[in-house]
Design a protein around this ligand. Structure first.
Ligand SMILES: Cc1cc2nc3c(=O)[nH]c(=O)nc-3n(C[C@H](O)[C@H](O)[C@H](O)COP(=O)(O)O)c2cc1C
Length: 215
C-alpha cells in the first residue's frame, strides 16, 4: 500500500441484500447453515473458513483461521492439535468467538460460545476421512512450537509414511475436534450509507431471542 490515503479511500457501498427478522430462521444454527449454503453456492474460496478468537490465562486475545467441519444442533466443530496455542488457551478459558467474513456476499456471521472437545469417536471418524498426507502431517507437526526449519518435519513425514506404509494412519491422541456451542450469534448484512442490518440471537432459558442492533 503506497500511502495511508489509499486505505482511507477504499470505500464500497453495500447494496446486495437486506435482512429482516421475518426472513430468518428462529434457530440460529439453521440460519447459519442457510448462509453457509449461500456462501458455497456463490463459489467463495473456502466458504467454511472462520476466524477463531480465544483468550488464554494472560488475557491477550489471539485469532487464527480454522475450517468448519461440522455444524449441528450442538454447535460448530473444527479440528486441530490439542497441544498448540489455541488448545492451551481453550484449556485455560473454554470460551471462544468465531467469525465468518463473507465479504463478497457483504455478510458476516459472528458467534460467541462455550467450547468443549468432541468425543474421541467423532474425532476418529473425521480423522479417518482426511487424506493420508494430512493424517501424517498431524503426527509430524507439534503445532505452535518453534522449529529451526522445515527439514526436520519433512524427514519425520517420510519416517511416518514408512511406519504405516501398509496400514491406516491412526489418529494421534493429541489431535481432535472442538465444538463451539453458541450463546450468541449475530448476522450482519451490509446496507447503503453504512446503515447495515444486524440481527442478534441470544440464548436464554426459553430458547433464542432475536434482536436488531444498531449498525
Ligand atoms: C484457510 C485456513 C484454514 C485453516 N484451517 C485450520 C484448521 O482447520 N485447523 C487448524 O488447526 N489450523 C488451521 N489453519 C491454521 C491456523 O490458522 C493456525 O495457524 C494454526 O491452527 C495454529 O494456531 P495456534 O498456534 O493459535 O494454535 C488454517 C489456516 C488458514 C489460512
Amino acid at each position: 500500500m503506497s500511502d495511508q490515503g489509499e486505505l482511507a479511500r477504499m470505500r464500497r457501498s453495500y447494496r446486495t441484500a437486506r435482512l429482516e427478522a421475518a426472513d430468518v430462521d428462529a434457530d440460529p444454527i439453521a440460519q447459519v447453515s442457510r448462509w453457509l449454503a449461500d456462501a458455497a453456492a456463490a463459489d467463495l474460496r473456502e466458504p467454511n473458513a472462520m476466524v477463531l478468537a480465544t483468550v488464554g490465562g494472560d488475557g491477550l486475545p489471539s485469532a487464527r483461521t480454522v475450517l468448519l467441519r461440522a455444524i449441528d444442533a450442538e454447535g460448530l466443530v473444527f479440528y486441530t492439535s490439542y497441544r498448540g496455542r489455541k488448545a492451551a488457551e481453550l484449556a485455560a478459558n473454554p470460551q471462544a468467538a468465531l467469525l465468518f467474513p463473507w465479504v463478497d456476499l457483504e455478510r458476516q456471521v459472528a458467534v460467541r460460545g462455550t467450547v468443549a472437545k468432541v468425543t474421541a469417536a467423532e474425532s476418529d471418524a473425521y480423522f479417518a476421512s482426511r487424506p493420508r498426507g494430512s493424517q501424517l502431517g498431524a503426527w509430524a507437526s507439534e503445532q505452535s512450537t518453534v522449529v529451526p526449519g522445515r527439514a526436520a518435519f519433512e524427514r519425520r513425514l517420510g519416517e511416518l509414511d514408512s511406519r504405516w506404509h501398509d496400514t491406516a494412519v491412526p489418529r494421534p491422541d493429541d489431535w481432535g475436534g472442538y465444538r463451539v456451542s453458541p450463546v450468541e450469534v449475530e448476522l450482519w448484512q451490509g446496507r447503503p450509507d453504512r446503515l447495515h442490518d444486524r440481527l442478534r440471537y441470544r440464548c436464554n432459558a426459553d430458547g433464542w431471542t432475536l434482536e436488531r442492533l444498531s449498525p
